[in-house]
Design a protein around this ligand. Structure first.
Ligand code: ADP
Length: 283
């Protein structure tokens, strides 16, 4: 499959600490890793590993971080010719503190970079792709991109809905695959994935596949006919890093559906992949 993902690419600086510090405390990190990050970026890197031809489209700054990002994409076999570069900006950076004791990951994100907009997207030769995956952000422009794709039914369009953003629900009828997070479900007042998916089904057209991951409880999915499935999580021997588990899971779902898999098996495979990721550092 030729897959294009549109989203933010960040530099992630992940410090592992014994326990989360209190304000004004100084602690020493047990381990540090610096890596390429961003939701669609992580998903794309995994899809590339799984053998797909992957391209990334997004905004990029004009600093050393941006050169690092492009080099890392290259290293992961992801093509980046559709990036838009902005002078006098800064590479988005996520400072992540992983607590061994609590198992939590606390993220401070710095961003000073314009969004990748409709004008940027309209320059992409969209015919070159079989699948286009979007991060649910910059809603007004994203709607134009997804409407343009709607006129091309041979190209599959998927949307990751991680955060509740104003107007994001208007995009639901435009995607063939919707990937929801637990955070979004909770924001909408749902305490389980099945209730969220049942409610979304009434907004998205029949035919769209709906998926919602739920941490160590695995994931739920609803196929185009409204049938609900659940796949349990596959816990590794020791959970060491859950940062990006959702992005890896999304890659598993895209990979499975792209191969023509049926939803229950696709969910199981994606949970297996994400569970394996939780047992190791990085994606
Ligand atoms: P996010 O990274 O977006 O918070 P989730 O926490 O919902 O995403 O996790 C996505 C998927 O990763 C889950 O559906 C599950 O398959 C897997 N996963 C997450 N946490 C664990 C865990 N502790 N053990 C095993 N699998 C996990």
């Amino acid at each position: 499959m030729r897959i294009l993902a549109v989203g933010v690419a960040t530099i992630d600086i992940v410090n592992t600490v014994d326990r989360y510090p209190v304000e004004d405390e100084e602690v020493r990190a047990l381990d540090q890793r610096v890596s390429l990050g961003g939701n669609a970026t992580n998903t794309l890197v995994v899809l590339s590993r799984l053998g797909h031809h992957c391209s990334w489209a997004g905004a990029i700054a004009d600093d050393s971080g941006s050169r690092q990002i492009l080099a890392q994409f290259l290293q992961h076999g992801v093509e980046t010719r559709y990036h838009t570069r902005h002078a006098d900006t800064a590479t988005p950076t996520s400072y992540i503190t992983l607590s061994r004791q609590g198992g939590s990951r606390t993220i401070v994100h710095y961003r000073h970079l314009p969004e990748f907009g409709w004008q940027d997207f309209s320059r992409i030769e969209i015919d070159l792709f079989d699948w286009v995956h979007f991060e649910g952000r910059n809603i007004a422009d994203l709607e134009k991109m997804m409407v343009a794709l709607k006129a091309r039914p041979e190209i599959v369009c998927s949307l990751e809905v991680e955060k509740a953003r104003e107007g994001i629900e208007a995009l639901f009828p435009l995607a063939r695959l919707l990937l929801f997070s637990r955070a979004y479900a909770r924001h909408r007042g749902f305490f389980d994935a099945a209730s969220l998916l049942g409610s979304i089904r009434r907004q998205a057209p029949a035919g769209a596949t709906l998926v919602c991951a739920w941490g160590d409880q695995g994931a739920w999915g609803m196929d185009g006919q409204g049938e609900l499935f659940h796949a349990p999580a596959f816990p590794p021997q020791r959970v060491v890093d859950t940062v990006g588990a959702g992005d890896v899971f999304n890659a598993g779902v895209i990979d499975g559906l792209a191969a023509g898999g049926v939803l229950p098996e696709v969910l199981t495979q994606a949970c297996r992949l994400a569970g394996e990721k939780c047992g190791r550092y990085g994606v």
